[in-house]
Write a protein that binds this ligand. Structure first.
Ligand code: GDP
Length: 673
């Protein structure tokens, strides 16, 4: 059975059913996916069987009520007391049941009688909550929402340690945090490696260099922190989560290659983040190096190098020979001085997760960059929904340290689970407070997860939606050359529609990289590639982020798909065409197959694929599909007026002689743009 068929049967939209299937942990792709009989069974039994079997009087249950807070304790039946359901946000069936003091399955049954099919962990529409609560004699109260952020930056405001306003005299200069960005192969990694190799002191205790997402270099008695995941993918991923860690972005440009598409992108990203930018013109050891050409190109980008009268610091360097690297470090320190970077090391530590993983023998480890205050061993720390007491801190040269101050990176052991990169961490006064905050966030996330829609996929968009129509299709467009990029953009702009708009979140030249995926993920966009391929990391990232990537080599196919995708955003109009009526003359009880309605087709026709409504005394008592249509003993695909037939209805055995079955077909009228 296909998803959409089951959806029809359950009178749910395919989308709602898909959500439900996902909530049940089933890996189904779309409305055309086929469900196994077990899965169908599971969904059907997700809510107790037939509505008739379930309903409300089950209130006689003897089982002890769940240990839920609301029922006012000793007062006997005292309806005078105002009973309230308090909503903190979306509420799921289980919680609503708890608040109402009923069993979840009882509530599910009750909801079914209201035509709401929800499983225990599914969200209940606020209007439905209102109705159900009312029935039980409860009023609904919405707890005032605190200003909320979207899910990823998990920076809840709840019991955040009292905001510290640092006094000016407490603030101390802190090391600058530097990221290398730029086009692939221009030497970001080589520069980082060179600096690290030549500048990072080996651990005194014989520790070995650790990869902790950042390392610290001392030059002329000053420290510089380098984030060692170069490239703007990581940079933007962090920023997408609300963490701008970088103070100075060094854009690396190979002197032989000059400005390339990703260089431009990196510049845009640095500008967008409003961080200080400088340029390292790398590979000056090459014979083909042309520093002046790079500067000219920068000038064309509206960035004037310092020695040409502007304020952009450009340092010619070579990661291969080490030439110019000291000068680069000096310039970084000079920039840092001008930025007057300061932080108060005396307060409780606060900062961001650079990376985190589960490590053998260590449990969850998080590489943290401290932004303010000092992190210490023994601190109660919260990172998003994770918390723990800091067991150990390990620095970039593998040495265990007791504290980490502003701009320092350390590997932290002791968290109870693995936080996401970019998550903010904070130190709390004690374990109890930390645990409470983390638990609350975890719960909040869970609720958000059940109410967060999945990302757009072209197929989703192509399929008719039954929910509120999305009116904007967002795409990230990548093409091989500027010429085709412009042509496609123009053609896309020419797709005129009053109902759906097309937004191009990014249009760029070059293969599809991880960064494009992150951008698409952040803007719920699909990625369209024309004559380009995916970079190795992009495929994995797309999978992880649930971003759809489509590659084309024929422009018309691309445009057709986009047009279809836009049209797919429009809800199709559903039209019911009544094709006939059949009257139930007699009901046959078949031992194996249940009840069959012996009918006479009074007008029109009955087809095995039509939908049916059972009308009794002018009231519709059932609406759904036919389970079988028989003419004498044989399956029939169509039975016409004046003929007799046997009809079984899907999941509805309660018909009676005299009922009229109205047969209809649903016609979907696709809307055009
Ligand atoms: P990334 O993709 O920007 O991280 O670039 P890599 O650091 O991986 O460098 C790409 C290639 O350029 C490697 O083969 C490096 O050996 C080479 N490379 C990097 N820096 C220099 C340099 O200063 N001079 C020369 N001749 N080659 C370099």
């Amino acid at each position: 059975m296909r998803v959409h068929e089951l959806a029809k049967e359950l009178t749910l939209s395919s989308k709602d059913l898909l959500d439900k299937l996902h909530a049940l942990g089933m890996d189904v792709k779309n409305h055309m996916s086929t469900l196994t009989p077990e899965q169908v069974q599971q969904v059907r039994s997700g809510a107790p069987a037939a509505p008739a079997a379930a309903p409300v009087p089950a209130a006689t249950e003897k089982a002890p009520k769940p240990a839920a807070p609301p029922p006012p304790p000793p007062e006997p039946p005292a309806p005078v007391v105002e009973k309230k359901v308090i909503l903190h946000g979306p509420i799921i069936v289980k919680e609503l049941a708890e608040q109402l003091g009923v069993k979840p399955n009882q509530l599910i049954a009750e909801l079914m009688t209201m035509n709401v099919f929800a499983s225990i962990n599914e969200k209940v529409d606020p209007r439905v909550v209102q109705q159900v609560a009312h029935k039980h004699g409860y009023t609904v109260e919405h707890e005032k929402k605190q200003p909320e952020r979207p899910p990823p930056p998990p920076k809840p405001e709840e019991e955040k340690p009292a905001p510290v306003t640092d006094r000016e005299q407490d603030k101390m200069p802190r090391p600058p945090i530097v990221t290398f960005m730029g086009h692939v192969d221009h030497g970001k990694t080589s520069l980082l490696d060179h600096i690290r190799r030549t500048r990072v002191a080996q651990g005194e205790d014989g520790g070995i260099t650790q990869h902790i997402g950042a390392y610290m270099v001392t030059y002329n008695d000053h420290t510089i922190t380098f984030l060692d995941t170069p490239g703007h993918a990581a940079f933007t991923a962090m920023r997408a989560r609300g963490a701008t860690l970088t103070d100075i972005a060094v854009i690396v440009i190979a002197a032989d290659d000059g400005i390339m598409p990703q260089t431009r992108e990196a510049i845009q990203h640095a500008k967008a983040a409003n961080v200080c930018m400088m340029i390292a013109i790398n590979k000056v050891d090459l014979r083909t190096a042309n520093v002046d050409r790079v500067k000219r190109q920068l000038q064309q980008e509206g960035l004037t190098p310092e020695d040409w009268g502007g304020d952009l610091v450009c340092c010619p360097v070579s990661a291969a020979t080490g030439e110019g690297i000291d000068h680069l470090l000096e310039m970084i320190l000079l920039q840092a001085e001008m930025l007057e970077l300061k932080a108060n090391p005396r307060r409780r530590g606060q900062g961001f997760v650079i990376e985190a993983r589960l490590e053998a023998g260590m449990g969850p480890t998080a590489n943290l960059l401290v932004r303010a205050g000092t992190l210490q061993v023994g601190d109660a720390i919260v990172c998003g929904p994770c918390w723990g007491r800091v067991k150990a801190l390990i620095n970039d040269v593998g040495v265990k340290v007791r504290t980490a101050g502003p701009s320092f990176a350390v590997k932290c052991l002791g968290l109870n689970s693995v936080p996401e990169p970019g998550t903010e961490f904070e130190v709390y006064p004690n374990d109890k407070a930390a645990r409470a905050v983390a638990t609350e966030r975890m719960e909040k996330r869970r609720l958000e997860a059940i109410s967060t829609p999945r990302r757009a996929s072209l197929e989703d968009l192509l399929k008719p939606q039954s929910g509120p129509a999305v009116q904007e299709l967002v795409v990230v467009l990548k093409a091989d050359v500027q010429g085709s990029l412009e042509a496609i953009q123009q053609a896309l702009r020419d797709i005129k529609s009053e109902k759906v708009t097309l937004k191009i979140a990014l249009a760029g030249v070059g293969s599809i990289n991880e960064n494009d995926v992150l951008l698409a993920s952040a803007s719920n966009a699909i990625i369209i590639g024309f004559h380009v391929s995916k970079e190795s990391g992009a495929t994995a990232a797309a999978k992880r982020e649930g971003v759809e990537v489509r590659l084309y080599s024929v422009i018309y196919e691309l445009l057709d798909d986009i047009r279809d995708a836009m049209a797919g955003l429009l809800e199709p109009m559903l039209k019911q065409n009544v094709i006939g009526h059949a009257q139930i003359r007699q009901v046959f009880e078949l031992s194996k197959k249940g009840r069959v309605a012996g009918c006479m087709v009074t007008d029109g026709r009955v087809t095995s694929r039509s939908r049916a409504r059972v009308v009794r005394d002018g009231e519709v008592v059932y609406e759904g599909a036919l389970a079988s249509l028989k003419r004498f003993q044989n399956d029939a695909s169509e039975v016409r007026e004046g003929q007799e037939c046997g009809i079984r209805l899907d999941n509805f055995p309660d018909f009676a002689a005299g009922d009229v079955i109205e047969l209809y077909e649903v016609e979907k009228i696709e809307q055009s743009l």
